[in-house]
Ligand binder design. Structure first.
Ligand SMILES: [Zn+2]
Length: 424
């Protein structure tokens, strides 16, 4: 990896001060990070992950029942890492301890929450952090309940624009991007953390944004889940045992289902150009929920010549996609990414935007959007599917080399659901 940071020396700070209150029925007397998953504490998976990527310098922030963590892990030598401990005298929230141990931090460091099960490509996230010149990078992902999650808004370059805390204004639409509580921070951020109790999501990141520090969002669908409730704990254990947690690491190619948008997910109207026109087709959310559950990426690839024809601005299109993601989220479904082609080859209309009137590589039937997605998300095209309602969808899928392309009827209720039931 090309990097100007001696990344092996980057410290991994594991916040493990929390009590296990909500999960008391599973484990009453142990810290949340020591909750056993398939025979070992959840935080042990984190230490193994860090070690696998060469990060061997671990700093635990412990509080309630923290001695148990120290007794179990000791100096870390059994795991091939070096572990030190910071004992909180009082609960300081997720970020409050950092100013007290600033002298022990490396210039850049990781922040893990100890009660989270995760497996992700640490190298890829670090690269994204460096490429964007960010002072902090937040791991963001879509989830199946965005309506009651704290959300993050990012711009086209992946830089954070806003934090949208719950409860949400029901009149507003949002992208489904949830702060997963996994960060890379630069030490400069620590000077913005006040003394006493504080929380990264609630206080620190919004404050860094106000102070115009560049914060980046790293969007990924790798596995990361907290152990908040007994239900989730049971699900996480199942995912560990089935190999799902490890399999979703970005370094392993994943299959995707590529989906056309209009006439397939939302109702085709003549040149959809305003968010008010967004209407999910019956069965579309249920179909996408199945794609999510099956471990496939759900990726929209849509021709949007409305941009070239100047019937719709890029902001309008972003609003349309926010509404689409909000509606899907209400039904517990999410797409991992949306790719659109803004171009159109035919020039000569009075209102057109000439910069988009080009022969591009992304307009279906060309496979450009699928190939770009494959590169961005490490997609195994040969195990992937394309579903659309036009011949150009099928041709784009075939040109990209997907396993199968399926043509469904435009605006037909449950057509997508039937197609998914056949394929997955
Ligand atoms: Zn294009």
């Amino acid at each position: 990896m090309e990097t100007n940071i001696d990344f092996c020396k980057m410290k991994v700070v594991i916040i493990a001060g929390g009590k296990g209150t909500r999960i008391a029925s599973v484990a009453a007397d142990i810290p949340k990070s020591m909750i056993p998953i398939a025979g070992k504490p959840v935080v042990e998976y984190q230490i193994e992950l860090a070690k696998r990527y060469g990060f061997t310098d671990i700093l635990f922030v412990v509080g309630h029942l923290g001695d148990q963590i120290e007794t179990y892990f000791g100096d870390g030598s059994r795991w091939g890492v070096t572990i030190s401990y910071f004992h909180e005298q009082e609960p300081l929230g997720t970020s409050g301890a950092l100013p007290l141990l600033v002298n022990q931090l490396t210039d850049e460091f990781w922040v893990f929450y100890g009660d989270t099960m995760m497996d992700f490509d640490m190298e890829a996230m670090l690269q994204a952090h460096q490429q964007r010149g960010a002072k902090a990078t937040l791991f963001l992902h879509p989830n199946d309940h965005p309506y009651d999650s704290d959300l993050v808004e990012i711009d086209e370059q992946g830089m954070v624009k806003a934090f949208i805390s719950k409860p949400h204004d029901p009149a507003q639409d949002y992208r489904n991007l949830v702060n997963a509580a996994l960060y890379i921070l630069n030490k400069d951020c620590v000077s913005y953390i006040p003394e006493g109790k504080s929380d990264f999501g609630k206080h620190i990141f919004p404050s860094l944004l106000t102070h115009q520090l560049p914060l980046a969002g790293y969007v990924s669908s790798e596995y990361i889940k907290d152990m908040g409730t007994p239900d989730r704990w049971a699900k996480v254990e199942k995912d560990v045992l089935s190999g799902k947690v490890a399999r979703l690491n970005r370094k392993y190619p994943r299959p995707a289902v590529f989906l056309d948008r209009d006439g397939v997910i939302c109702k085709e109207v003549n040149l959809l150009s305003q968010k008010q026109q967004v209407e999910l087709l019956p069965g579309a959310a249920a179909a996408i929920k199945q794609i999510n559950a099956a471990g496939y990426l759900a990726i929209i690839v849509t021709n949007q010549p409305v941009i070239a024809r100047n019937l719709c601005s890029l902001d309008d299109l972003a609003d349309i996609h926010k509404r689409l993601e909000t509606r899907l989220g209400e039904e517990h479904a999410f797409v991992d990414a949306i790719y659109f082609c803004p171009h159109h080859p035919d020039k000569g209309y009075p209102e057109e935007r000439v910069e988009y009137k080009i022969e591009c590589m992304c307009r279906k039937p060309k496979p450009g959007m699928l190939l770009q997605a494959a590169s961005d998300w490490n997609i195994d095209l040969q195990q992937s599917y394309m579903i659309g309602d036009r011949q150009w969808d099928v041709m784009a899928g075939e040109a990209a080399g997907v396993k199968k392309s399926v043509l469904i009827e435009t605006n037909k209720a449950d057509a997508l659901l039937h197609a998914i039931n056949e394929l997955l």
